[in-house]
Design a protein around this ligand. Structure first.
Ligand SMILES: [Zn+2]
Length: 299
C-alpha cells in the first residue's frame, strides 16, 4: 500500500501520551518502510518508561492508513498461512481460555481481518461472540461466520454490553490514548471477567539487533512500543493471571527493510526463518509478543 506522504498529517508530541510528562529522549530514528509517509522517532519517557512514536499521524490520517484493509495488519490469505494461523490461534485460544473457566460472551476488540474471531466461533460455538473494529462493514474474514456479530467501535459505544472474556490483540500499540482504551475495556468487562491483551514486545532481542529496521516498530502505525513493565503498568487495576511470551514471524520483513528487498514475513523465506527466530528469542529469554492475561476484580 502506498500512502503519499503529503496526505499524512502529523502531530508532534511535546508530552508523553501515557503519563503526560514532558521529559523524554529519542531512542531510535526510523522511517515508514511500508508506505513511505516519512521519518519518525521512537521516544522514551523518563517518567513512565513508555516508548512512543513522534511525530504521529493525526486521527483522520491514521484511519487512512487502515481504510483499505490492505496493510500488513491484514494478512493476505492463502492455504498454507490460513492453515498455520488457524492451528496456532486455536491452540492459543485453548491455552488462555483454560484460565477463564466457563464463558458465554466474548469480545474481539480490534478484530482486524476477522480471522481470529472466526476461529473463536469454531472453538466456542455456543458462546455469544462479538467482533469490533474501525470499519462500518465487517471484514471478509467473517464472511460465512454468521454466528459472529460484527460492530464498528461507534456502534459498540452507542450500545455497550458487558462481556465475560475480551481479547485485545495487537491493538493498544495503534491507539493515540491507551489509557482511554484501558478504561473502555474495563467498562466492557463483567466483574470477574478475563481480559487478554497482546502487544509487540519492544524488548525482543531482534529489536536490539535490527534497530530501526525491526519490523514490529511498524512506524507510524504503531504509536506506542510496550515492554513487560509498561504493559503491566497500564493494567495495574487488574489481578494479573499470567504473562505469556509469544512469537510472531518478523524476520522476513525486518530483513526486507534492511536490504530493500521485497521479502515478507509469511512467504516461504519468512516462515522458513521462523524456527530460528523463536530459538534465538528463547535462548535470550525474550519474545516478539507479550500476552498478558488479566482478571477484573469483583470489587
Ligand atoms: Zn510517560
Amino acid at each position: 500500500m502506498r500512502v503519499p506522504g503529503h496526505h499524512t498529517r502529523k502531530d508532534r508530541l511535546t508530552r508523553c501520551p501515557v503519563c503526560g510528562k514532558a521529559d523524554f529522549f529519542t531512542e531510535i530514528e526510523g522511517r515508514d518502510f511500508e508506505s513511505g509517509t516519512g521519518r519518525y522517532r521512537v521516544e522514551c519517557c523518563r517518567q513512565c518508561g513508555v516508548r512512543f512514536t513522534n511525530p504521529r499521524p493525526t486521527a483522520e490520517s491514521a484511519f487512512e492508513l487502515y481504510r483499505t484493509r490492505d496493510s500488513t495488519d491484514y494478512v493476505r490469505s492463502n492455504r498454507i498461512t490460513d492453515r498455520l494461523r488457524s492451528l496456532t490461534i486455536r491452540r492459543w485460544i485453548g491455552k488462555v481460555t483454560a484460565h477463564a473457566g466457563r464463558f458465554e460472551s466474548v469480545l474481539d476488540y480490534g478484530c482486524g481481518d476477522g480471522f481470529f474471531a472466526a476461529q473463536l466461533a469454531r472453538y466456542a460455538a455456543s458462546a455469544d461472540i462479538t467482533a469490533v473494529d474501525l470499519h462500518e462493514v465487517p471484514p471478509a474474514g467473517l464472511n460465512g461466520h454468521g454466528v459472529v456479530h460484527y460492530r464498528s467501535f461507534g456502534q459498540l459505544r452507542r450500545e455497550p454490553k458487558r462481556y465475560q472474556l475480551i481479547f485485545c490483540r495487537q491493538v493498544i500499540e495503534h491507539v493515540p490514548d491507551p489509557q482511554a482504551v484501558a478504561a473502555e475495556l474495563e467498562a466492557l468487562l463483567a466483574p470477574g471477567g478475563m481480559l487478554v491483551v497482546e502487544v509487540p514486545n519492544y524488548r525482543s532481542v531482534w529489536r536490539k539487533l535490527f534497530g530501526r529496521y525491526y519490523f514490529a516498530l511498524y512506524l507510524p502505525r504503531h504509536l506506542l512500543h510496550f515492554d513487560e513493565t509498561t504493559l503491566k503498568g497500564l493494567f495495574g487495576r487488574y489481578r494479573q493471571v499470567k504473562l505469556y511470551r509469544n512469537h510472531t514471524p518478523i524476520l522476513g520483513k525486518s530483513l526486507g527493510y534492511l536490504t530493500g528487498m521485497p521479502v515478507g514475513n509469511l512467504g516461504l523465506f519468512g516462515l522458513g526463518l521462523f524456527p530460528l527466530q523463536v530459538a534465538v528469542d528463547r535462548i535470550c529469554r525474550s519474545s516478539t509478543v507479550l500476552a498478558l492475561v488479566l482478571r477484573k476484580k469483583r470489587k
